[in-house]
Design a protein around this ligand. Structure first.
Ligand SMILES: [Zn+2]
Length: 202
C-alpha cells in the first residue's frame, strides 16, 4: 500500500473568514428581506447560517491509497449510488443526489472507499453538477493514471429548480463524463452502463 496523494483542508483560506462580519451580513440580509429576527426561532439563525456554510465550504480531506492489482483484474471496478448533498453555486440552495464512479484498472487498484471519498471531495464548496462530474473523473484519473477508462454518472435533484423558478418537483438532472477507453469505445460504455445498475441500462 502506498499513499499517493494527500489533500488536507486549506487552513490559509479558513483563516480569511471573518465570521463576525458574515453573521452581521446574514442578519442584515434577513432583515432586508422583511424577516423578524427577534422571533425566538430566528434569533440565532444568522449565526447558524454562517456556521453551516462554513462547514460546507471546508474542503473534505482526501488521502488516496492504492494497491497492486496482483490478480491482474481486467474488468470494471464500479461503486454505485454514492449519495451526496452539495450547494449550488448559482443560488446557494442544495442539490441532492448520487454518483456512480468506475474505472478499468491497470497495474494499481484504488481503495474502494476512496471512490466515495472522491465524490465527497468534489461536492464540498459551492458547485455546479457538471463540474462535480468532471472533477470526480479528473480526481480519479490523477490517482490511477494507468487506467483503461473512467466513467462517472451523477444524478441529482436541484432545489433551485424544485423550490422556486420552474418548480419542477421530482425532476432529476443526469450528467456523465467518460475518460480514456470509455470516451473512445461505445462498447465499453455500454458494458459500463449495463453493470452500473438498472437505472442506467441502455
Ligand atoms: Zn441553482
Amino acid at each position: 500500500m502506498t499513499v499517493i496523494a494527500t489533500r488536507a483542508p486549506e487552513p490559509d483560506r479558513l483563516q480569511d473568514r471573518d465570521v463576525a462580519a458574515a453573521i452581521a451580513a446574514a442578519e442584515q440580509m434577513l432583515v432586508s428581506l422583511g424577516v423578524d429576527i427577534q422571533v425566538e426561532h430566528l434569533r440565532r439563525t444568522a449565526e447558524r447560517m454562517v456556521l453551516s456554510y462554513g462547514e460546507v465550504l471546508t474542503p473534505a480531506p482526501f488521502e488516496a491509497t492504492d494497491f497492486v492489482n496482483d490478480a491482474k483484474h481486467q474488468g470494471f471496478v464500479i461503486v454505485q449510488d454514492v449519495a451526496f448533498a452539495a450547494i449550488c453555486a448559482h443560488h446557494l440552495l442544495p442539490f441532492v443526489g448520487s454518483a456512480t464512479v468506475g474505472y478499468l484498472p491497470g497495474a494499481r487498484l484504488l481503495g474502494l472507499s476512496k471512490l466515495a471519498r472522491l465524490v465527497e471531495r468534489a461536492t464540498r464548496g459551492l458547485q455546479v453538477q457538471e463540474n462535480v462530474t468532471q472533477q470526480i473523473a479528473d480526481g480519479l484519473q490523477r490517482v490511477v493514471p494507468d487506467h483503461g477508462g473512467i466513467g462517472v454518472i451523477v444524478e441529482a435533484e436541484h432545489l433551485c429548480m424544485t423550490l422556486r423558478g420552474a418548480k419542477a418537483r421530482g425532476a432529476s438532472t443526469v450528467t456523465s463524463t467518460w475518460l480514456g477507453g470509455l470516451e473512445r469505445d461505445a462498447t465499453l460504455r455500454s458494458e459500463f452502463l449495463n453493470l452500473a445498475g438498472r437505472r442506467w441500462r441502455p
